[in-house]
Design a protein around this ligand. Sequence first.
Ligand code: K1U
Ligand code: ZN
Length: 173
Amino acid sequence: MTLRPILIHPDPRLKKVADPVTAVTEEVRTLASDMLETMYHAPGIGLAAPQVGVMTRLLVMDCVKDETQAARPMVLLNPEVTWASEALNTYEEGCLSIPEQYADVERPAEVEVRWMDLEGETQSERFDGLWATCVQHEIDHLDGKLFIDYLKPLRRQMITRKMQKLKRERARA
Ligand code: K1U
Ligand code: ZN
């Protein structure tokens, strides 16, 4: 397994719609495995393929935060929200592509998602709580959308400027 570098906003690849996975190849399995390792190492609770520069509709997540509970690494290929609750939930979101910036985002509290697993089988599950927030945040990444796109333009601009500065500093180091 290999740690893959995570792209930092602004980057054109984070604004593009990713392409569907057409077959579960060795390349797809390696990508999923590398992304899980990269997510746990970050640490994070989710990661979408465009964040590691791969324009494919693949996401990984594990929202088990309690260390006494068993981990639940999930790999979702071509995920689609098939139902969303009218009830909304607000969560202070972060993003591994926008380090150390957090903001409240309102999203459906529960969603049903259909996807293909690494065996090529169709799966469907209803998510709530942090799982629902995370899967929607990751599917947004596959559609070229970031959590800051839900914020007012001024706040979004301030965060983008901070990220530009961070990237300049990292390039100099
Ligand atoms: O997609 C990403 O950038 C990952 C992101 C997912 C996410 C976080 C919060 C709400 C929605 C989606 C993260 O994992 S940021 C890091 C984080 O939330 C975290 C890190 C360590 C422990 C617990 C949470
Ligand atoms: Zn993110």
